[in-house]
Design a protein around this ligand. Structure first.
Ligand code: SD4
Length: 309
């Protein structure tokens, strides 16, 4: 499939997020506005325990959020380890548009958000607090590396939209009617991580990269392995060399597997890519990855990601 406008995003919950992005794209709006609006949907959803409000906390019980955004001009903005704010993606956008910087972290990011009119809220829902207290009973100070795959193993091989296995980082890529690309990525990161741990999701080139000449890519899964391989930048550079999106994602996955084969068996990483022609593809280490596609022909397409294992 190809063509524009189009929006794609990670996991089953991408369907609802795509709809919000589509409202912007279908009325001639800019891809940047579409991806911001789109990922705000899971950010605000308390049932989604891996993005924004309702996200699972770190081992100290604090919900710390990572997000970044990138536009067709190569502008980018990012926040890392941001607490108490419902929409980190919008703070990231303001870092991009209102400051000379790309990335703000921790208390400084919160201070910037509050100075720019964002409201301070409690992100920890009773459900996520309960999950944390449950985890504290064993308190293995090890992040849960591959939570979606562990759950998948217990599930039937057919995943349906709206089932309980929908949880992970949202990465979204859009191509607007003018042929411009943008992307956004937002997450509460790894559940029960060390306080202060930052994943790939707010790091330009790792969790997200957009080059308007070529395409965009985003990632989900164990951020440490994505950072190590500068994953999303790699996918975009492979597309520049002529790889179709799925092949580019596969090659980036193979790089991770080659570098740490034993570890790769235990973890999940998935990449998602969209090129300038509106062609898309994905590839993951483990089965269970999915991505959502929305364009003029189909608003609710959910595609199972191909995988190595
Ligand atoms: C991270 N990539 O913080 C994100 C979260 C994620 O499965 O996708 N977890 O490493």
């Amino acid at each position: 499939a190809a063509g524009k406008p189009i929006v794609i995003s990670t996991w089953d919950f991408g369907i609802a997020a795509n709809h919000a992005a589509w409202d912007v794209l279908s009325t001639g709006g800019r891809a940047l506005d579409a991806v911001e609006k789109g990922v705000q949907v899971p950010e605000a959803d308390p049932k989604n325990q891996s993005v924004g409000y309702g996200g699972l906390p770190d081992r100290d019980g604090k919900v710390t959020l990572d997000a970044c955004i990138m536009d067709e001009l190569g502008n980018c903005g990012s926040v890392a380890a941001l607490e108490h704010i419902m929409h980190p993606i919008s703070v990231a956008r303001q870092v991009m548009e209102k400051t000379p910087h790309v990335m703000l972290a921790g208390d400084g990011a919160l201070q910037f958000a509050l100075e720019n009119g964002f409201k301070k809220i409690n992100l920890l829902t009773p459900e996520s607090e309960k999950a944390w207290k449950e985890w504290l009973k064993t308190a293995k100070y090890e992040p849960i590396m591959n939570i979606e795959n562990k759950l998948y193993d217990k599930a039937s091989p057919t995943r349906l939209p709206g089932n309980q296995y929908n949880h992970d980082t949202i990465g979204m890529l859009a191509l607007d009617a003018n042929g411009n690309l943008s992307g956004a990525c937002t997450t509460s990161g790894m559940a029960f991580k060390l306080h202060g741990r930052v994943g790939d999701s707010p790091i330009i080139g790792a969790g997200l990269y957009v080059d308007n000449e070529v395409g965009g890519a985003t990632s989900t899964g164990v951020g440490e392995e994505v950072i190590r391989n500068v994953g999303s930048f790699l996918v975009v550079e492979l597309m520049r060399q002529g790889y179709p999106p799925e092949e580019a994602c596969k090659e980036a996955v193979m790089r991770i597997i080659k570098k740490k084969p034993a570890k790769a068996k235990e973890i999940q990483v998935g990449f998602l890519a969209l090129n300038k022609k509106g062609q898309y593809g994905a590839y993951a280490i483990q089965k269970g990855f999915s991505f959502a596609v929305c364009n003029a022909e189909n608003k609710d397409l959910l595609i199972p990601g191909k995988s190595y294992y």
